[in-house]
Design a protein around this ligand. Sequence first.
Ligand SMILES: Cc1ncc(COP(=O)(O)O)c(C=O)c1O
Length: 448
Amino acid sequence: MANATDHLWMHFTRMASYSAGEVPTIVRGEGAYVWDAQGRQYLDGLAGLFVVNAGHGRTELAEAAAKQAGELAYFPLWSYAHPKAIELAERIAALTPGDLNRIFFTTGGSEAVEAAWKLARAYFKRTGKPNKYKVISRYIAYHGTSMGALSITGLPGIKSDFEPLVPGAIKVPNTNFYRAPEHGDDPEAFGRWAADEIGRAIEREGPDTVAAVFLEPVQNSGGCFPPPPGYFDRVREICDAYDVLLVSDEVICSWGRLGEYFGAVRYGYQPDIITTAKGITSGYAPLGAMIASDRLMEPFLTETGMFAHGVTFGGHPVSCAVALANLEVFAREDLVGHVRANEAAFRATLEKLYDLPIVGDVRGDGYFYGIELVKDKTTRETFNEAESEGLLRGFLSTALFQAGLYCRADDRGDPVIQLAPPLIAEQQHFDEIEQILRTVLTQAWTKL
Ligand SMILES: Cc1ncc(COP(=O)(O)O)c(C=O)c1O
């Protein structure tokens, strides 16, 4: 579509890069595939943006949206309720671990993260620890773009334009075992060290000032860093010792992505808050949620108590109806079980790429993988800025797409290719992903 750049301001996009060429315009989806305006087919290796977990083209989700819009298009959750929000909150509470029973709906992930930080602050103000306002998160982690969520985000490149940000957002090391600064030969010792870095940061800042730690079950940015063994057990101990809330940011890692409804369940830890969005509706309508424990809601249950926060479209009736229909699909087709049954095959298929000189590390869990590209496998030497520019932005993203695979070549940390296909994907899709990557990465190597 020739006029795509005339008025449309695309997100995180170098608009000038399209001045000569056409903007790829996706018009249709079915299962694990999408089609562009010229009719070309692509395997959706990223489920849109870690979103379309149930796959494209589910007319029953579209019908659920239409039915709800016809019945009640909109009503706020500000002192009123509507049936689909009530039902969905109950349904979610039944799926969450422990007493995470209180569902505060938003329209997306940044708002969920924003709400979680606000709740942490308000909770401590109401329980006699008013100086606890800081948050800890990890280097290179992405937690959203609104000012609070952006402050929690650990990617300097997307923050500097907007500084000064919200004060009190402290950063600690992530769990990149491939580039572990310590204990690179011992995942358990590394996990213990990385978790203890959180404890040390709390000590440095002053335990009376720290409200919450925000962690993804598997950190996305940087290319899928799963938690080393024992990491979350130790983090939980530290949070308990210092009375700091543990927020599991599962905007990507919930709704089956890791073979469980929630990533915290997969790794066996109990958060105080889960933030979620994306796959909750499989993208058929926008929705997010902050899910809090009963304990955190208690101070707001007094006669005049209130969490003074809200957004107009949080828990939109159409989105809630779609989420319920989406969860019906999940249950009927056991999508979560499907991921568990197939994740080893997905991993094994991607690991075939280790025979390419450019593939340094294949890491992830469930249907969520990062493939780190390196210049030298033995030394793990990475690419310099100019090479990254030429290779990732100049060549790989476009070449993969032209070869029929939509995924993401990302160098916000070290250069990685990120994969998160719809949860319906099976061996034929894994093979297609592997073959396209093999061809394009082989070409990329010759360009270095
Ligand atoms: C872990 C995490 N948190 C928060 C967000 C922000 O979500 P949204 O883009 O829906 O605001 C994202 C988005 O990718 C995310 O991956």
